[in-house]
Design a protein around this ligand. Structure first.
Ligand SMILES: Nc1ncnc2c1ncn2[C@@H]1O[C@H](COP(=O)(O)OP(=O)(O)O)[C@@H](O)[C@H]1O
Ligand SMILES: CC(=O)OP(=O)(O)O
Ligand SMILES: [Mg+2]
Length: 397
């Protein structure tokens, strides 16, 4: 049977899914035969989780995982497992590529030239871009005629108003592409498409989606179009994340360079890998661990996270001229009820009234029936979005 393989490579994980081509003519009928995730890559504790089309866990033999697993090894495990699957042929592979820069604003079939051009953006997304692109060459070697499609996190934001994209920098800098691109676009695209099914007749002209995963951003969507988002030129801007600082005073960065002699490498390491929840708590970047910890530093990190999310919601509500609905998604947004509660409490001034019992259940509407602003929990599905675009670009539907 012919399948589309999707790959979503991050700094510490590789998510994958296999979609039979038979369901690929509509987003709704795309159902993965398998979906899985290697986590703990590049230094953590390597784990592999695999589920079948019903979401049931599948015991999988991809060989013993070593105590340290890098992305290329995870890819090799995945590819040899795929080759041993009975009745499988690959029609195409779709990749999540975090940065499309100025030139790539919609999904595209990759060529060696395009892969090289995207590789030049590595410094703008050091936790993601090298890993997103790494599987392209080994796959092309094994399957030279198979289309591979790059689907960009930045694409959903490409038509934002100039005023939302521009930094107040000298004009010539803006003209050479030093602008706000925004990320998590595959996730926002998916939520935007399934919103009517969840919201029914509720007003949805002005929606904010909070994608709270390991990386975290929020997006203001007016009538189905991204009009503002919290991440910018890179995936550091905005609210604090697992290990990223979020927005800082640029003067602080100058101080670290000029007064404290910090190198570009040390700054990169600090802002991308040692800050955020991990930096503030000194305990973990993982929200589950922080919520379970009695340490005051863990509490402080969670409070700062929620406070900054509320401030970003205020800013995006201003960009939208008000707010109709607030949607939570991704790992923390979908599962961390105490974090949603803190954020929703901070949005009472906007007219949001939380239904605490519904919030504990992690599902669908979590605002009261009378709340002027609706609040929702909607699971995201970047893999399905990648499969959908891949089917189109590769001409499979
Ligand atoms: N049940 C849960 N309670 C609280 N936080 C959770 C839960 N499940 C996942 N998370 C958090 O979600 C985050 C990871 O989100 P995810 O969207 O999977 O990240 P990414 O795709 O960016 O790697 C982690 O901080 C993790 O602790
Ligand atoms: C862009 C980004 O931050 O992605 P992730 O949340 O997967 O790290
Ligand atoms: Mg993610």
């Amino acid at each position: 049977m012919s399948h589309i393989l999707t790959l979503n490579s991050g700094s510490s994980s590789l998510k994958f899914a296999l979609y039979p081509l038979a369901g690929a003519d509509s987003l709704d009928t795309l159902t993965p035969r398998y979906r899985g995730m290697f986590s703990g890559l590049n230094g953590g504790t390597p784990r592999l989780k695999l589920q079948d089309s019903e979401g049931r866990p599948v015991a999988v033999d991809m060989g013993e995982l070593p105590s340290r697993l890098e992305l290329p090894d995870a890819m090799a495990h995945l590819l040899s497992w795929l080759e041993d699957l009975p009745d499988l042929s690959l029609a195409a592979v779709g990749h999540r590529v975090v940065h499309g820069g100025r030139d790539y604003q919609q999904p595209v079939a990759v060529t060696p030239e395009i892969t090289a051009a995207l590789g030049e953006l590595e410094s703008l997304a050091p936790l993601h871009q090298p890993f997103c692109l790494a599987p392209v060459a080994p796959l092309a070697e094994r399957h030279p005629d198979m289309p591979q499609v790059a689907c960009f996190d930045t694409a959903f934001h490409a038509n934002q108003p100039e005023v939302a994209r521009q930094f107040a920098l000298p004009r010539e800098m803006t003209q050479r592409g030093l602008v706000r691109y925004g990320f998590h676009g595959l996730s926002y695209d998916y939520i935007n498409r399934v919103l009517p099914r969840h919201l029914g007749d509720a007003r949805r002209e002005r929606v904010i989606v909070a994608h709270l995963g390991n990386g975290a951003s929020l997006c203001a969507i007016r009538n189905g179009t991204s009009v503002a988002t919290t991440m910018g030129f890179t995936a550091i801007e905005g609210m604090p994340m697992g290990t990223r600082s979020g927005s800082l005073d640029p003067g602080l960065v100058l101080h670290l360079i000029q007064q404290e002699g910090m190198s570009a490498e040390a700054l990169t390491e600090t802002l991308y890998k040692r800050s955020g929840l991990l930096g503030v708590s000194g305990i973990s970047s993982d929200m589950r661990e922080l919520l379970a910890s009695p340490a005051p530093e863990a509490r402080e990190a969670v409070d700062l996270y929620a406070y900054r999310a509320v401030c970003e919601i205020g800013s995006l509500a201003a960009a939208l001229g008000g707010l109709d609905q607030l949607v939570f998604t991704a790992g923390i947004g979908e599962h961390a009820a105490p974090v949603r509660e803190a954020i929703c409490r901070g949005c009472e001034w906007l007219g949001l009234e939380l239904d605490s019992d519904a919030n504990q259940r992690d599902t669908d509407q979590i605002s009261t029936a009378d709340s002027r602003v609706g609040a929702w929990v909607i699971p995201t599905d970047e893999e399905r979005m990648i499969a959908w675009y891949t089917a189109q670009v590769a001409g499979l539907v």
